[in-house]
Design a protein around this ligand. Structure first.
Ligand SMILES: Nc1ncnc2c1ncn2[C@@H]1O[C@H](COP(=O)(O)OP(=O)(O)O)[C@@H](O)[C@H]1O
Ligand SMILES: [Mg+2]
Length: 232
């Protein structure tokens, strides 16, 4: 059942969200009855020990995996009601993903990878390239735009992933350890780019991180422990 009041203000929310993994005979309840909402422009950090379920939660909220129980709504839409094509379209229109294994295309250039989400929507190539180049400049990759993904470093791939997540100007960015592989200076630069977008466009940010410094710059910090979210 949907709650219209909740959905009117929440960019993304979940109700009684649970996820269990069955690994051979071992049954692991990773997430237990989580209720959570992120509102327009809000910045939230999720912290928690390795294995506490941060990545699992972000995957469920982004519709990349299905819950065992419970519901996820993105922009007021119940994800469980969508077929694969509708889900892809909703993700492309509303969410920006920055994940550790970032699903970039190794045989394509940095510029092509960043343009792709907008090309899928069917925009004008020259306009899209202009936006992509501006973003790549912000994340310090202007000199790498013609390199293939297979020819750049891990940190540069991470920044490409961030530019690709930002180019669609999503309602909400879901980032899993977005600065994990980066040196201090680059991490700061990348994070500032994400914060600028939050400020300019009221993009909501949901970031799983180990970085206390980064978490402290969010509006709220939640800890994932024993399958539940706690206010820190
Ligand atoms: N596909 C899977 N199959 C079985 N167990 C999984 C799977 N994905 C994650 N897990 C388990 O779920 C728990 C949470 O993992 P994860 O969400 O990756 O945690 P975190 O991101 O906080 O490190 C871990 O115990 C992990 O081993
Ligand atoms: Mg993780």
């Amino acid at each position: 059942m949907t709650n219209p009041l909740l959905n009117a203000t929440a960019v993304l929310n979940c109700q009684r969200l649970s996820k269990s993994h069955i690994d051979g005979k071992i049954h692991v309840d990773v997430l237990k009855n989580i209720d959570f909402a992120i509102h327009k422009g809000e910045k939230i950090a999720i912290v928690g020990a390795s294995g506490s379920g941060k990545s699992t939660l972000l995957h469920l909220l982004g519709g990349l995996d299905s819950p065992t129980h419970g519901k996820v709504h993105v922009g007021g839409t119940d994800l469980s009601r969508l077929n694969e094509a509708e889900l892809s379209r909703l993700r492309n229109r509303t969410l920006g993903f920055v994940y550790q294994f970032h699903h970039l295309l190794p045989e394509f250039t940095v510029l092509e990878n960043v343009c792709l989400p907008l090309l899928i929507r069917g925009g004008h190539l020259a306009d899209i390239q202009e936006q992509a180049i501006a973003l790549l400049e912000k994340v310090g990759l202007k000199k790498r735009i013609s390199h293939k993904l297979s020819e750049i470093s891990g940190g540069e791939r991470q920044r490409t992933a961030i530019a690709r997540a930002l180019i669609t100007k999503p309602l909400c960015i879901l980032a899993d350890e977005p600065t994990g592989n980066l040196d201090h200076h680059t991490a700061k630069q990348v994070f500032e780019t994400i914060l600028e977008l939050n400020h300019e466009l009221q993009t909501s940010l949901l970031i799983a991180t180990h970085d206390r410094n980064l978490a402290d710059q969010m509006d709220r910090v939640l800890t994932l422990q024993d399958g539940q979210l706690h206010v820190l």
